[in-house]
Design a protein around this ligand. Sequence first.
Ligand SMILES: NC(=O)c1ccc[n+]([C@@H]2O[C@H](COP(=O)([O-])OP(=O)(O)OC[C@H]3O[C@@H](n4cnc5c(N)ncnc54)[C@H](OP(=O)(O)O)[C@@H]3O)[C@@H](O)[C@H]2O)c1
Length: 228
Amino acid sequence: MIILTGASGGIGRAILSSLMTLDEVIAIYNKNPPEISGMTGVTAYQVDLTSESAVDDFVVGMKDKLSRITLIHAAALARQDRLAVQFKTEDWDQVMEVNLRGNFLLTRALLMPMIKEKWGRIIHFSSAAGMHVAPGTLAYSTSKTALLGMSRVLSNEYARFGITSNVLINGYFNAGMYQDLSEKAQKKLIDSIPSRQLGDPVNIVNAIEFLMKSDYVNGSEISIDGGL
Ligand SMILES: NC(=O)c1ccc[n+]([C@@H]2O[C@H](COP(=O)([O-])OP(=O)(O)OC[C@H]3O[C@@H](n4cnc5c(N)ncnc54)[C@H](OP(=O)(O)O)[C@@H]3O)[C@@H](O)[C@H]2O)c1
C-alpha cells in the first residue's frame, strides 16, 4: 500500500489518481480533505504530523491493514519571503515541525511493520529550492536539504531489512506552493529552468513507480527539475 502525506496539497492532488493505479492509497491530510469521491482504492485519513500521539494513533489503528508499505512524504510547510535577519522563530519551528519532525515521527512509527515484512519504500520530497540558493526560504531550504541526511541514514540502517529510502528533488510544478508565489517570483523561476517549462507531475509518479520496483536503488537522490 502507498501511504501518501500531503495528499490534499497541489502535488498530492495531482499525483493521487495515478498512484491509485500502482497500489492501494492511504491519503493523509491535515486541514483540507482531498477530493476522493469516485476513486476506488483510496482512503483518506486526517493526521496532524506535528502531533506525536496523532501519528502513533494512526499507525496503531492501521496495524492489521498495513502491508508492503511505500511511504511518500509529500507534506510540507513553506514560509517564504523573509531574510534570515527577520525570520521569525515561530515560522522556523513550524516549518521544521512538519518538514522534518513530522517526517521522522511517521517514518519511525512505520519502520517496525516494514521490518517485520522485510519490505519497505520510503520516499522523501525535497526541493530544488533546497539545492540551489533561494533567498528568503531559510527554514524551508534548510529542512529540504536536511531530508537528504535523514534519508541516507535510513537507507543505511534498514537496507538489510529490504527497506530503501530515497529522495525526489522536485523542481517546479504548476501546483501547490509554486502557485502561492508572486507572479514575479514565478517568472524568475521559469526563466531559470533550461526548458523554460514547469514540470508535469506525471514525472514524479514515474519516479515513484521506479523506486517501488527497485530494491537496489537506495540512499539516492533523483532530480526531477527539467535540467535545473
Ligand atoms: N509545488 C512545487 O512546485 C514544488 C516544488 C518543489 C518541491 N515541492 C515539494 O512537494 C511537496 C508537495 O508540495 P505542494 O506544492 O503540493 O505543497 P502544498 O500545496 O502547500 O501542500 C502541502 C501539504 O502538506 C500538508 N500538511 C501541512 N502541514 C501538515 C501537518 N501538520 N500535518 C499533515 N499534513 C500537513 C497539507 O495538508 P492540509 O492542506 O490538509 O493542511 C498539504 O496537503 C512538498 O514536500 C514540497 O516541498 C513542491
